[in-house]
Ligand binder design. Structure first.
Ligand SMILES: [Zn+2]
Length: 86
């Protein structure tokens, strides 16, 4: 099986560290299953530090004592950039 071409000539994908780039954010999603086996899937608000994001699972578990499994979702801005390859 042939792979698809992931590089467009002249373009590079890089983390967006420009001053006006959106911030990297952290949030947690609840992975607990409800009684009907559907996912709770509740998510905390995105925050700009991992520590701030960690408050949400505690608050969520207080109201949902069986919900003890979480995934951290990190959203990091990337940008396509013309140049960088010769
Ligand atoms: Zn939950």
């Amino acid at each position: 099986m042939r792979g698809r071409t992931l590089v467009l000539v002249g373009w590079t994908l890089r983390p967006d560290r420009d001053e006006d780039a959106p911030p990297t954010t952290h949030r947690y999603k609840c992975l607990a299953l409800e009684e009907d086996d559907s996912e709770c899937a509740a998510e905390g608000e995105p925050t700009e530090t991992p520590e701030e994001a960690q408050a949400w699972p505690f608050a969520h578990m207080r109201g949902n004592p069986g919900h003890t499994s979480y995934a951290e979702i990190i959203e990091r801005p990337w940008v396509m950039w013309r140049g960088g390859r010769t």
